[in-house]
Design a protein. Structure first.
Length: 293
């Protein structure tokens, strides 16, 4: 089983702090890690034993070379477009004492993702294409995201989309039109609220005229699967939240890996929650490797 992930890849500068003094100095624990929603999902899919190819755009710079090397060392197949006119994506992630993150993002080369960046030959023999919503929610990369979904459907792949950012869902109707026909939509409760006006999982039922099924993450309240059969829910796992960055990307990977193996919605949700719990238990958005410790 091979999965194609289309989405951002870049560098995360993760700063864990107790407080930020405006206009002054604050001590923090700072580390450089791989990041980007597409790369995060690809890493967690690989961690779950799925043959994964990441399609993205990076800069022709030291950051881009590091990102590729790091992902390939972890087993991710990298189908990258190298952009000589843009820097590799970089995100400053501020993580407070409770593990909650705030991000300052520069999408860089990712914002220039274009229809030609996905080689149709990659789809041959693949089972599924997952698209990060950041690609659709930025006008400069939207055409590339739409082309990827169209090509996947034409090749007979199933598809999924994570909306990624409630704050960017300023035109819900347009976004829903962009994802019409997708097999699985993966919002969190804030994104579900932006799309439907309701944060309750049952409210996702009104999206079933647009997508095949919806899997909603609700943090400490667990996750739910909504389809024509009704609502299936699972609780969260009790873990200490060290860093919430990438929790949704890990959930996506866990759920997709189980769903694509033919497991039930209940077991797929459990697999998603399990990887999401692992993600929040470590600093950074991707599985830790010995080389990073």
């Amino acid at each position: 089983m091979r999965v194609i992930v289309v989405g951002d890849a870049g560098l995360d500068v993760v700063a864990r702090h107790d407080e930020v003094v405006h206009g002054g100095d604050s001590r923090a624990e700072v580390r450089l890690t791989g990041g980007g929603a597409g790369a995060n999902t690809a890493r967690w899919l690989t961690e779950a034993g799925v043959d994964t190819t990441l399609v993205t755009r990076i800069g022709d710079d030291a950051g881009g070379h590091w990102v590729r090397q790091d992902l390939e060392a972890a087993g991710v197949r990298c189908a990258f477009t190298v952009d000589a006119e843009a820097a590799t994506c970089c995100v400053v992630v501020l993580v407070d004492g409770e593990g909650q993150r705030s991000m300052l993002a520069a999408r860089g080369a990712n914002a220039r993702f274009a229809p030609g960046d996905l080689d149709p030959a990659l789809l041959a023999g693949a089972r599924h294409l997952h698209l990060s919503g950041y690609v659709l929610l930025d006008p400069s990369s939207r055409a590339g995201g739409l082309a990827a979904l169209s090509a996947a459907r034409a090749a007979g792949l199933t598809t999924s989309v994570d909306p990624q950012a409630a704050a960017l869902l300023t035109d819900p109707a347009a976004f829903l039109e962009d994802v019409r026909g997708v097999d699985l939509l993966l919002p969190n409760t804030d994104e579900l609220l932006a799309l439907t006006g309701s944060a309750e999982p049952a409210g996702a039922g009104r999206l079933l005229d647009t997508v095949g099924a919806v899997a909603v993450t609700a943090g400490l309240d667990g996750a739910a699967w909504v389809d024509g059969e009704g609502v299936t829910s699972v609780p969260s796992e009790a873990v200490t939240c060290v860093d919430s960055t990438g929790a949704g990307d890990a959930f996506d990977a866990g759920l997709l890996s189980a769903w694509l193996r033919g497991e039930s919605p209940l077991e797929a949700l459990r697999a998603g929650v399990r990887l999401g719990a692992r993600a929040v238990s470590v600093p950074g958005a991707q599985p830790e490797r010995l080389s990073r410790r």
